[in-house]
Design a protein around this ligand. Structure first.
Ligand code: 13P
Length: 254
């Protein structure tokens, strides 16, 4: 039926083991809505995954921030989907704009990664989003549709996919999309899924928003009908992440 609210914390390339332990103990002590209302997933850097998984409360889970596109082997510096499965890591973030733009990950490569991770039993947070130039030139939907199409071409079962719409101009800038801007793209993405995959997938797939989400702006965003949660960067390292988790209640009431 309804799409369960999803709050992801992308810690990116931050933290020491002491800092990580501190964040986890804050989360463990937090009073948040139940698992029936909100799914919470935090994504530490690879090296801290076992530590976080070991310490984190049982109703929250963990995600890796990336994985290799195919079966592991002679790929120096990479981490395979098989390794994540072996460590009991249930989720992986794929296609984050920082990887698309800085490391030149192309749409097709991201689509292949999503498909391979799913084939190994991982659940995937697949990121899409336009740059400021693309938004200003009016090509936002064209860009996110092409990114989503490259994933849709490789994926047949969407049960374990969450789409994160993260406009690049809103990431780490403090310049959050307005609720109307987020809702518009989420609505269009859902329409795209209905037309190009099928209406059932469009109805059940969670589309979450990322880009300068914080404790102050999360409620209004969460009340938008097509915003099914958040992928949070900077604020996921701070106690206000708990307030963002609690915004799930706003969504339920909407
Ligand atoms: P910020 O919340 O720091 O803008 O980052 C968003 C993001 O990239 C999450 O993946």
């Amino acid at each position: 039926m309804g799409r369960k609210f999803f709050v992801g914390g992308n810690w990116k390339c931050n933290g020491t083991s002491d800092e990580v332990k501190k964040i986890v103990s804050t989360l463990n002590a937090a009073e948040v809505p139940s698992e029936e209302v909100v799914e919470v997933v935090v994504s530490p850097p690879f090296v801290f995954l076992p530590l976080v998984k070991g310490l984190l409360r049982a109703d929250f889970s963990v995600a890796a921030q990336n994985c290799w596109v195919r079966k592991g082997g002679a790929f120096t510096g990479e981490i395979s989907a098989e390794m994540l499965v072996n460590l009991g890591i249930p989720w992986v973030i794929v296609g984050h704009s920082e990887r698309r733009l800085i490391l030149n990950e192309a749409n097709e490569f991201v689509g292949d990664k999503v498909a391979y991770a799913l084939s190994q039993g991982l659940k995937v947070i697949a990121c899409v989003g336009e740059t400021l130039e693309q938004r200003e030139s009016g090509s936002t939907m064209e860009v996110v549709a092409a990114q989503t199409k490259a994933i849709a071409e490789k994926v047949s079962n969407w049960d374990h996919v969450v789409i994160a719409y993260e406009p690049v101009w809103a990431i780490g800038t403090g310049k959050v999309a307005t609720p109307a801007q987020a809702q518009e793209v989420h609505f269009e993405l859902r329409k795209w899924l209905a037309a190009n995959v099928n209406p059932a997938v469009a109805e059940s797939t969670r589309i979450i928003y990322g880009g300068s989400v914080n404790g102050a702006n999360c409620k209004e965003l969460a009340s938008q009908p097509d915003v099914d949660g958040f992928l949070v960067g900077g604020a996921s390292l701070k106690p206000e992440f708990v307030d963002i988790i609690k915004s799930a209640e706003t969504n339920k009431a909407a």
